[in-house]
Each structure stands twice: as structure tokens, then as C-alpha cells.
Design a protein around this ligand. Structure first.
Ligand code: GLC
Length: 648
């Protein structure tokens, strides 16, 4: 189709859609007419030569129109409120928590009764781990979806989810859900039809009669779960085919070279948008395009498809932001914000997985050099996009930061990573961390790290040995790590249980549906009797909860913490410490961290390098004020201590 005929075609579709083009729906109409060429251009750069090209483009346009037409007025009003020069999600007043509905509260209804708890803590944004239907025995924590549009009965009903969303909206809370884009469960209706030889649905997956093509793919594809699901293909007895399964053997990769797959998944995206999702977490987008001879990750076509998704969403449901869950090398992560003419026009949000891992690096080594040397790429994030900042989530900690940064810090990358693995899996003498290695690849010795924030910081060890000083130290580490990630810029995302110091839960080992995956050790079941201890002064729960609460409150009160690309790393002249400056409209906040078990000192000169500051400064964390000393005087920072310095 030529550009002119695209606009004509889209116009025809719009006109037959019973819209009030000159009135209430005019803004949408204008968006569609002015945006359809770009949308088509993106679409065609992938699907131009496909047999289903025209049919699928029509369906895509229809899907957008349907999504807009069926969007509730309340959501359309929220879209308008969110629109503005400065994207709503850059705000410093948003703090999130990621949780499993069943493990946190039991089900969706009960979760609704916990909204006061979030308010008490200061959390106003919830990421519900996957709630759509998924086979209980082979679910990958819900990431093997067997029905994208029906809430799994374990969690309740779709109506419960809608009620929860409405209740959250009343409290001005935000909601994040996942779309698992890369794969379905092998028990999804499409997979079942494919197994039964239905030609339409066989084209939805990558299926092969013999190993010829799978072997070609395997030559350059890494393994994601080498311990539990080695290789990237699984033999399906049901249809006598090799099926591509990059993650677990029961997660069948969708074939996005087929435009029908894209349109079906876009329609699912709109289904979530119209449930009232504020940020859509696109699970594993790095993997959605495959090509032999490549790693099948981060390919240009995957980015084009994300740009197309972003474009379609901005036309139909513009208030929903897109988060790309790309846990890949730092340089690659940056590309998910868009490059070239699409800079800032791909994903609105991405996980700062690099920095998350770097914080753990600094904590283990007591040396912030690798972390600081790695910042250059991360600072290139386009204005108008933001990070999810976090210390822990439901997944493992990967040590995928750049070798160059490790080398520049004077370490050998191999030995350094070996140290990190030993340190956090408790095999390093003197380490109080209690984690475990995850996804150990016997061929390469690569591994990632599982474990809860508290256990990795030594709380489990301290409790086991009833060692007060280790317990004390672990609480300091937990608080410092949280503070470091919460003021960095981006939306802080807490992981449930961490606000109360939950240690690892080893009961997963008794459950055959989980025992092969030790990430379950850091996905606790909340004990609400125990959680009451948060109000009893002096308990561990109370100390961690109130510290987290205070950090959230402070964050909300300090406008320079909003993500305006206003982060500067300060030279500390001391490798044990790290300082970053957040500055907005002339207001400065110096965030200062000590990553070691000993007191450390920082020359006051460090605070003068970026223009005048002081002479009297106020620590928002401790509530005390300091006089900035002369260049040869020092600020002493407590072991694992931190300060949040603003001007008085
Ligand atoms: C994402 C999820 C992870 C899951 C994987 C496969 O990385 O965070 O938990 O195993 O995707 O869906």
C-alpha cells in the first residue's frame, strides 16, 4: 500500500467505526490520521514481504480502533491528565512494589484489603507478578501463560482484578502488569492447536521436523536455564516436532515473523491497557526476534517491533507507559529507549539491572570503582524516559556488567566474578551473605545469584548465629542499599518482604513444581502475624520497615530526585565511598554512601567540585546539620552509612 492509500484505508476504517470524529473522538481521529503512516512504515519494515501483510495491517488498525472505542471514559480522562510536556512517570512521588498476589495476600480480593498497608509504607504503584492463567505445575511463576485474558482462579477472577484496579485508582495508585510477549505455555490454546496439526497455529511457533535448523540456531544461541532446561529446543511427542523453547521446555517461543502473531499480541496488550494498566511490563522483549547465526537477542527487528508497539499504544491508549524488561548487557539495555530518530520513542521505562548488580558488586568488594566506571553508558538515557531502580526483584542477580569496568578497577573479570559468586553464595570466608548460585552453566561456569535482600546482606546469618553485631550490620547494609537505589533516579521498585527483612525461604525445595528453580528462595509467603511486629519498636521488622518508610517519604519530599536526567557522579577521592548529586532548579542533593564495614572519610572538597554548596548543609536522613569544612578536613561516614545532604 502507498502512503496515500494507507491514510485512505485507515480513514475508511475510522469512519466505519461509529466514532464522533468531529467531537469527543476528534483527538483520537487526528492521532490516527497523522500517525498511521509512521505506524505503517514500522510495520512494513518487518512485514512488507509477508503474505499476510495487508490482511494483518487491517487487523492491526482495527485493533487500535477497537481498543480506543472500548476504553472506559475514566481511563480516557486519566490519559488526558497524564498527558503533558513532562512524562508523568518521571515523578519523584511514585514508589513501587512488586509482589506475587497469592504469596503476598492470598488472592486479589485480599490484596485489596492490603491497600492500607501500602499507604502506610508509602507505596503507590503495584507490580502484580503474572496473574493470568498458567498451569500450576509448569508456570515459571506465571510467565508460562495459557490464557492471556483470564485471571487464574488461584488469584480470583478478572472482576476481582478490575475491582482492585478501581480501588487503587480511587487512592491514586498506579498498576503494572506483565505481557509475556516472547512465549506462551505449551498448554495455551494456540500451542494445543499447533500440536494437533492446525496449520494456522503451527505458524505461531518455531516448529521443525528434524534437528537441521535447531542445530544451526544452537551454534550461536546462549542458554538461559542451562541447569533445568538446557538447549533452546524441545522435542514435542504430541506432534513429533522440535519446538523452540528458549526459557523452560514448557514455554514455547512465539514466531513474530508472522504478522498474525504480532497483531494477536498487540490485541492482548490493549486488553491489559483497558484493564487500567499504567505501566505495561513487556517480559523478555530482547528475545522476540530470532535469526540463525546470531544470539537471537537484541536484534534490530525486536527494537522495530517495540517501536511499533509503542506507536500503536500511543495512538489508542496513550496513558499506558511501556517498560521493556531487557536484562542484557549495559550497552544493549540503553537501546531499548530507542536509537536514532526513535530515541525516546521505544520503551518509556527499563530496569536499571546494570546498576542493581553493580551495587551488589560494591557491597561485596567494599570498593565502588567498578560501579562508578560503569556509569558512562547509563547516563546516556534519553530525557523523558526512566529507569526502574531496585535492589532485588523476583529474579536472580546477573553479573553481566562490562569487563572493561572490572579491568579499569584493577581486577581480572573472571576472578572478580568468581569472587562475587563465592561471596554471595556464602562460600567466601568471612562473608555473611547467604544466597545461592542460579543457572550455573557447567560448560562456561557462568552463574547468577539468588537470595533475598536480607539474606544477601547477612541478616539470615546473624539470626542463625544470634550474632547481634552481624544483625546490626545487616540492617545498615539493607538500608544503605535501598537508599542508594531509591535516590538514583527512576521509579524505585521494592520487592515485597524486603521492607520487613524477610530472609530466604527454603520450602520451595519440597515442591516439585519449584524445586528446580532456586529463585523461589527469595519469593516468600507473607506472614501477616509476623508483619505486625513492624509496629513494635525495636524489632527487626520495625527497624527495616520504618527506615524504608522514611526513605520513601523523603524521596517524595525532594523534587530534585525526580528523573530529569539530573544525575552527576562525584569524584570521592575514596574508593570505598560513592557520591552522586541530584540537582534541579538550583537545588542540590548530595547522596553519600559508605560501602564498607569500617568508618570512612571524605574530603569536604568533594562537595565543592560542582559549584558552591553550603556552607551549612542538612542531612535529610539523620536530621542533623554539618558545616562544610576546609579542603583538608574530612567528613566521617559510619560503616555502611549514608547521608542525603541538602543546603540549609
Ligand atoms: C523474565 C522474568 C522471569 C522469567 C522469564 C521468562 O525474565 O522476569 O522470571 O523466568 O522472563 O518468561
Amino acid at each position: 500500500m502507498q502512503n496515500e492509500s494507507i491514510t485512505t484505508r485507515v480513514n475508511e476504517l475510522l469512519k466505519s467505526a461509529n466514532l464522533d470524529i468531529a467531537g469527543a473522538d476528534n483527538a483520537f481521529y487526528v492521532r490516527m490520521i497523522s500517525g498511521c503512516e509512521e505506524m505503517h512504515h514500522l510495520y512494513d519494515s518487518i512485514y512488507k514481504h509477508h503474505t499476510y501483510r495487508d490482511e494483518s495491517f487491517d487487523n492491526l488498525a482495527q485493533s487500535i480502533i477497537r481498543a480506543y472505542s472500548t476504553r472506559k471514559d475514566s481511563l480516557k480522562a486519566r490519559d488526558s491528565r497524564k498527558a503533558g510536556d513532562i512524562p508523568w512517570f518521571l515523578d519523584n512521588k511514585i514508589t513501587g512494589m512488586s509482589l506475587y498476589v497469592d504469596r503476598f495476600a492470598g488472592n486479589l480480593k485480599k490484596l485489596e484489603s492490603k491497600l492500607d498497608y501500602f499507604e502506610e509504607l508509602g507505596v503507590n504503584f503495584l507490580h502484580l507478578m503474572p496473574v493470568m492463567q498458567s498451569p500450576p505445575d509448569e508456570s515459571d511463576g506465571g510467565y508460562a501463560v495459557s490464557d492471556f485474558r483470564t485471571v487464574d482462579k488461584r488469584f480470583g477472577t478478572t472482576a476481582d482484578l478490575e475491582n482492585l484496579q478501581a480501588a487503587m485508582l480511587e487512592r491514586n495508585m498506579y498498576l503494572m502488569l506483565d505481557i509475556v510477549l516472547n512465549h506462551t505455555s505449551d498448554r495455551h490454546e494456540w500451542a494445543v492447536k499447533a500440536k494437533n496439526g492446525d496449520a494456522r497455529y503451527m505458524e505461531y511457533y518455531y516448529m521443525y521436523d528434524d534437528r537441521t535448523i535447531p542445530d544451526q540456531f544452537e551454534q550461536s544461541m546462549p542458554e538461559i536455564f542451562p541447569h533445568s532446561s538446557p538447549g533452546n529446543f524441545t522435542w514435542s511427542e504430541a506432534c513429533n516436532k522440535w519446538v523452540m523453547t528458549v526459557f523452560n521446555y514448557y514455554q514455547w517461543d512465539l514466531n513474530f515473523t508472522n504478522p498474525r502473531v504480532f497483531v494477536e499480541m498487540l490485541d492482548n496488550i490493549f486488553f491489559y491497557a483497558n484493564l487500567g494498566v499504567d505501566i505495561l511490563r513487556i517480559d523478555a522483549p530482547a528475545f522476540i526476534w530470532k535469526k540463525t547465526g546470531t544470539t537471537c537477542q537484541n536484534l534490530p527487528e525486536a527494537h522495530t517491533l517495540l517501536q511499533l508497539i509503542k506507536k500503536c499504544v500511543s495512538l489508542a491508549t496513550p496513558g499506558m507507559a511501556i517498560l521493556g524488561e531487557a536484562i542484557v548487557a549495559p550497552k544493549e539495555i540503553m537501546r531499548y529507549f530507542g536509537t536514532g530518530e526513535y530515541s525516546g520513542k521505544e520503551c518509556d521505562v527499563a530496569y536499571n539491572a546494570t546498576h542493581m548488580a553493580l551495587q551488589w558488586d560494591a557491597l561485596a568488594t567494599g570498593d565502588s570503582t567498578v560501579m562508578i566506571k560503569s556509569q558512562h553508558d547509563l547516563l546516556q538515557k534519553p530525557f523523558g524516559t526512566t529507569w526502574i531502580t531496585y535492589t532485588r526483584c523476583h529474579d536472580d542477580i546477573g553479573l553481566g556488567y562490562e569487563d572493561e569496568a572490572i579491568l579499569e578497577a584493577g581486577y581480572s573479570p573472571y576472578e572478580h566474578r568468581r569472587f562475587m559468586k563465592n561471596y554471595y553464595s556464602g562460600q567466601y570466608q568471612g562473608s555473611t551473605a547467604k544466597g545461592a548460585l542460579f543457572a550455573v552453566n557447567p560448560k562456561t561456569q557462568d552463574a547468577r545469584i539468588s537470595g533475598s535482600l536480607a539474606s544477601l546482606c547477612g541478616l539470615e546469618f546473624g539470626l542463625e548465629w544470634q550474632d547481634e553485631s552481624v544483625i546490626e550490620q545487616s540492617i545498615r547494609k539493607i538500608t544503605m542499599m535501598q537508599a542508594h537505589s531509591m535516590f538514583l533516579g527512576g521509579i524505585p521498585m521494592l520487592f515485597y518482604g524486603d521492607e520487613l527483612g524477610y530472609c530466604n525461604d527454603y520450602s520451595f525445595m519440597q515442591d516439585p513444581a519449584k524445586s528446580y528453580d532456586n529463585r523461589w528462595m527469595h519469593r516468600p509467603v507473607m506472614d501477616w502475624i509476623r508483619n505486625k511486629r513492624r509496629t513494635k519498636e525495636g524489632t527487626i521488622e520495625n527497624r527495616i520497615f520504618t527506615a524504608t518508610q522514611k526513605l520513601i517519604q523523603l524521596r517524595k519530599s525532594l523534587s530534585m530526585v525526580a528523573d530529569h536526567k539530573n544525575l552527576t557522579w562525584i569524584h570521592t577521592f575514596n574508593k570505598h565511598a560513592a557520591i552522586y548529586l541530584r540537582e534541579l532548579n538550583g537545588q542540590k542533593l548530595y547522596c553519600v554512601f559508605n560501602f564498607t564495614k569500617d568508618q570512612t572519610s571524605i574530603t569536604w572538597y568533594a562537595f565543592k567540585q560542582n559549584g558552591p554548596f553550603g556552607p551549612e548543609i542538612y542531612d535529610h536522613w539523620t536530621g542533623s546539620s554539618f558545616q562544610i569544612g576546609s579542603d583538608y578536613e574530612h567528613l566521617m561516614i559510619e560503616p555502611y552509612g549514608f547521608h542525603l545532604f541538602g543546603e540549609l
